[in-house]
Ligand binder design. Structure first.
Ligand code: ADP
Ligand code: ADP
Ligand code: MG
Length: 661
């Protein structure tokens, strides 16, 4: 077995590979781009080397540079993860030439499967069933049009070199063919530098079912059952599960055999996935083979109890497959969702920003999180916007769905747009629940999956109100402690003890919905809607009881909104404060909180100083970067609430500032 390997990737998959290496006592070498200098995979690896600037082609795709790092660091093998160089035959060959083991199939197998057209021709001769279509060398537009007419519409034009759903065009009518062909070729040329295409019969409401295969160097080939990845958006997987709903043992055996035949036909070694498309009658056809570890491999790990990265490492080191076909377990049901930094309500636009708050659900035997990020990390524009994969397992599919919904409800992300709510609705959709999943489900259910909320959750509004009040009280206390003048009224003020009974109305909004709560505070303490309120903790989470009803909520402040996480629900609320002159007054207080956890490194103004808008007031250091907080308006610095050297939490108020107009 290897004692040291290099991981030529980033993000969750690099972290995932490191985890197995740790367990097996293999040392790890990470590579990173300048944008990833403090990324989680760099922090986790035993050593890490910068391979260039942020753009992938200048860093993660630099074959020579990566091999140089491997040799220099004494790594015996390279794990390519997925994406990047994982399906690059020239890279696999360059590793072999440099005497470094490529943890993947031989270059010849990658090459054989690299062109969808050539792969289909090869599969045809191996007796693997194919979707009817044309996958020959002839690329003349007139000729291709004739082929499409013969296949019968609708047809699908695909880039032979394609991947990630790029270039695919559905053509419904013969008269639309030429334009679709030209546009597919354009995208193929720009994405893959190769404009060759193939044409397939476009199946209506098909399912995407793929088989995980493994082969060793001793001629053994087995499969580890199927995964259903039919829940897709624009031909990209969103939810994956194993086993496939409704799969019979016979069909599994038939698809498994076809997949193993496909692997044998190209002299396969290592982990691979044979993707099939299945129609409603149950017939299945070869689509392509991915010659690498797949994003969704964890669902297979959950139902088989195996570590597929360990299998990859052992096979690459020359060991035989650890199990025979009959020994491969199949227990229960696993579901994975891909948590993306994107905004479903804005056409799934990728979202970039800092993870101001990031709290995945607690891992357990039933819940797994594969993530490449931690709170405070940046989701940048350079790479795939996947934040994490959430995987759940239970004995039956219905229970796994409940696990998933619970885990999604516990997942808290603030700072970048994300698809958590969308995923919850999808997994909760009656068609998904019933296992009636095909590749068109998301598009058909689009309106339901993206519908705006029709009602504010009262408990979220209550939590937001109580959080607002406790924070006000804390700020008053902080001011009192830091106030130079101990006789100032701030020194004795306490948000909870006012003279007589006082009632306040706090109003919150989400989109067009608004809701107000009346809070009363007097000698008996707080009351909300006439019911006594007890707050037992207001630190990490806000634990409160209204009457007999207890709730734990997490409230996170972010860009003038409150993200309120109550059991099973997330709400983003905006405070409507009639006393604040919108904009102006908020402006003078905004921006003087810590934008992220860090350390105060300099105080640049004197207490009591009158300053102009934009005057630098304080410098803090976070994530190896310095951030300067400036005066949000013309005004006066009343107090600095922390001293140089203090560690501060994200979101705490740092400067007591009074704006003047
Ligand atoms: P899979 O079938 O395993 O989901 P796809 O065929 O959809 O994989 O695409 C390959 C995988 O590589 C995707 O999951 C995608 O997220 C990943 N990928 C593609 N480009 C990049 C990139 N620039 N950085 C990281 N990962 C990438
Ligand atoms: P990629 O390399 O981009 O992953 P695939 O050939 O694997 O391309 O196809 C991606 C997805 O496109 C499939 O999972 C399926 O949803 C859809 N698709 C592919 N071929 C067909 C087809 N012939 N009919 C209908 N849908 C298809
Ligand atoms: Mg595919």
């Amino acid at each position: 077995m290897f004692t040291k390997i290099l991981i030529a990737n980033r993000g969750e998959i690099a972290c995932r590979v490191i985890a197995t290496c740790r367990r097996l006592g293999i040392r790890t070498v990470a590579v990173y781009s300048e944008a990833d200098a403090s990324a989680r995979h760099v922090r986790l690896a035993d050593e890490a080397h910068c391979v260039g600037p942020a753009a992938s082609r200048d860093s993660y795709l630099r074959v020579e540079r990566i091999l140089e790092v491997a040799k220099h660091s004494g790594a015996q093998a390279i794990h390519p993860g997925y994406g990047f160089l994982s399906e690059n035959a020239a890279f696999a060959q360059a590793c072999a030439d440099a005497g470094i083991v490529f943890i993947g199939p031989p270059a010849g197998a990658i090459r054989a499967m690299g062109s969808k057209s050539a792969a289909k021709a090869l599969m045809d001769s191996a007796g693997v069933p194919l979707v009817p279509g044309f996958h020959g060398d002839e690329q003349d537009a007139h000729y291709l049009h004739g082929q499409a007419d013969q296949i019968g519409y609708p047809v699908l034009i695909k880039a032979s070199a394609g991947g990630g759903g790029k270039g695919m065009r559905i053509v419904e009518r013969s008269e639309d063919f030429r334009a679709a062909l030209a546009s597919c070729q354009r995208e193929a040329r720009s994405s893959f530098g190769d404009e060759r295409v193939l044409i397939e019969k476009y199946l209506v409401r098909p399912r995407h079912i793929e088989i995980q295969v493994f082969a060793d160097m001793h001629g053994n080939v087995i499969h580890l059952h199927e995964r259903d990845c039919s829940a897709q958006r624009r031909h990209q997987k969103v939810v994956e599960e194993a086993p496939a709903p409704g799969m019979s043992a016979e069909r599994r055996a038939a698809m498994g055999k076809a997949a193993c035949d496909a692997a044998r036909a190209v002299g396969y070694v290592g982990a691979g996935t044979v993707e099939f498309i299945a129609d409603s009658s149950g017939a299945f056809y070869f689509m392509e083979m991915n010659t690498r570890l797949q994003v969704e491999h964890p669902v297979t790990e959950m139902i088989t109890g195996q570590d597929l990265v360990e299998w990859q490492l052992r096979i690459a080191a020359g060991e035989p497959l650890p199990l025979t076909q009959d020994q491969v377990p199949l227990n229960g049901h696993a579901i994975e969702v891909r948590v993306y930094a994107e905004e479903p309500e804005k056409g799934f636009l990728p979202s970039i920003g800092r993870l101001a708050h990031y709290a995945p659900p607690t891992p357990s035997a039933n819940v797994r999180i594969d993530s490449g990020v931690e709170q405070g990390d940046e989701i940048g524009p350079h790479y795939d916007p996947m934040i994490a994969k959430l995987i759940v397992w239970d004995a039956q599919r219905a229970r796994a769905i409940e696990r998933m919904l619970a885990a999604l409800a516990d997942f808290r992300i603030v700072g970048v747009g994300n698809n958590l709510a969308f995923l919850s609705r999808l997994v909760d959709h009656p068609e998904f629940r019933a296992g009636r999943v095909d590749t068109g489900l998301i598009e058909r259910a689009r309106d339901e999956l993206l519908a705006a909320e029709t009602k504010l959750a009262p408990v979220a509004v209550e939590a937001a109100a109580l959080w607002t009040l406790t924070r006000e009280a804390q700020r008053l206390r902080q001011r009192a402690q830091h106030s130079a003048d101990s006789h100032s009224p701030w020194g004795i003020a306490d948000g909870w003890r006012m003279n007589g009974v006082q009632t306040r109305r706090l109003e919150f909004a989400a989109g067009a919905l608004t809701q107000a709560v009346e809070v009363e505070y007097g000698t008996e303490g707080l009351k909300l809607g006439g019911q006594p309120v007890r707050i037992s903790d207001a630190a990490e989470a806000l634990c409160f009881a209204i009457g007999e009803h207890r709730t734990t909520a997490v409230v996170v402040e972010g860009s003038e909104q409150l993200h309120v996480f109550t059991p099973g629900r997330r709400s983003v609320l905006r405070r409507i404060d009639p006393l604040l002159h919108a904009g102006e007054a908020q402006d003078s207080h905004g921006g003087l909180v810590a934008p992220m956890p860090g350390k105060i490194v300099a105080i640049l103004a004197a207490v009591g100083a009158d300053v102009e808008k934009g005057t630098p007031l304080l410098v803090m250091e976070a994530m190896k970067m310095e951030h300067t907080l400036c005066a949000p308006s013309k005004g006066r610095v009343r107090a600095f609430l922390y001293a140089v050297g203090d560690q501060v939490k994200d979101g705490v108020e740092l400067i007591d500032f009074e704006g003047t107009t």
